[in-house]
Design a protein around this ligand. Structure first.
Ligand code: AMP
Length: 301
């Protein structure tokens, strides 16, 4: 089984209490692909500018990621800059430059349209809907978004969410989108908007899953140093959706394991800046950390 992801490909400038990195590889689709490629065949659809250091993503091709949907457009690559303070759970956005994304419309080839799983990483919700319209009848559509779109394109976002099976949001976004402060009530409100499954990411406090099977919650791996939380949400989604695609079906047990793989991938991602940790990661390290999660949550009946 395989998955197609459409999202941003960026040059990020990020400042955290541990340092600063300028114009580093980033963007929702790159984080997602790097994480999901450990579990399933990934096809990446997105746009870069002529200034993008294409050689720096050669590692994705070595991991089997299909880059035939990566378009190079005239102009500059999308840029985002932000910083983190305090508990590092929420990025402060300093600047968003859409650049080549302003004119971008995802182009899916016939092979992309047959792929059974889709992930709509963080981009404008109307572009996300264009992708859904172009796809055949995928088994599962996952979707992420952010406060920027909840504020600036709310009605477009609501139309997209209606068509989605699995929605990924952080706790602040869940409250912002639903207008509810209580997370259980907020989750119910968002599931009424369309998605059958809702994943709420809570940074260092772990993640919650709401589905027809009930509620499941896991902690985040307690880490002494979180170098750079950028992309934690996308690598979580990459682990989750990549594992789900590898199984080809949805059950309570599969969703729970997907939550653990999501948390595992996010925990690696935050250990270094940009994609640096996901670039060098090995499957054996993922397996070892999965076991660490089992131990972290073990208790007697
Ligand atoms: P995350 O930390 O997982 O929520 O996502 C971080 C990534 O989102 C960064 O690498 C940014 O390049 C990307 N990003 C930030 N703002 C936007 C936006 N408005 N649209 C698309 N991608 C964005």
């Amino acid at each position: 089984m395989s998955i197609v992801v459409v999202g941003s490909i960026a040059l990020d400038s990020v400042k955290t209490p541990y340092g600063e990195k300028k114009e580093a590889l980033g963007g929702s689709a790159l984080y997602f692909s790097s994480a999901a490629s450990f579990f399933t065949k990934v096809s990446l659809v997105g746009v870069i500018g002529q200034d993008f250091p294409r050689g720096d993503i050669a590692f994705l091709a070595r991991r089997g990621v299909d880059l035939s949907g990566l378009e190079t457009a005239k102009g500059q690559t999308f840029r985002w800059s932000g910083s983190y303070q305090g508990d590092m759970n929420q990025a402060q956005t300093h600047d968003t430059r859409l650049n080549v994304f302003e004119q971008f419309h995802p182009k899916l080839g016939p092979a992309h349209r047959k792929i059974p799983h889709v992930f709509l990483a963080n981009i404008h919700p109307s572009l996300q809907r264009e992708v859904i319209a172009e796809m055949g009848t995928p088994k599962a559509i996952g979707c992420d978004t952010m406060n920027f779109w909840i504020t600036s394109a709310r009605s477009e976002l609501l139309k997209t969410i209606r068509l989605v099976d699995i929605m990924f949001l952080n706790d602040a976004e869940v409250r912002q989108l639903s207008g509810e402060t209580n997370l259980v009530r907020a989750a119910a409100a968002i599931r009424r908007m369309g998605p059958k499954v809702l994943v709420i990411k809570k940074g260092e406090h772990g993640a919650m899953l709401f589905s027809k099977y009930g509620v499941f919650a896991i902690p985040a791996l307690p880490l002494e140093k979180v170098f750079d939380p950028t992309g934690a949400g996308d690598s979580f989604a990459g682990g989750f959706m990549g594992y789900l695609a590898s199984q080809g079906r949805i059950s309570d047990a599969i969703l729970r394991r997907a939550m653990v793989y999501g948390s595992v991938m996010a925990s690696f991602n935050v250990e270094k800046f940009s994609l640096d940790r996901l670039k060098t990661l090995k499957k054996s390290e993922i397996t070892a950390r999965y076991k660490q999660f089992k131990e972290l949550t073990r208790f007697e009946a």
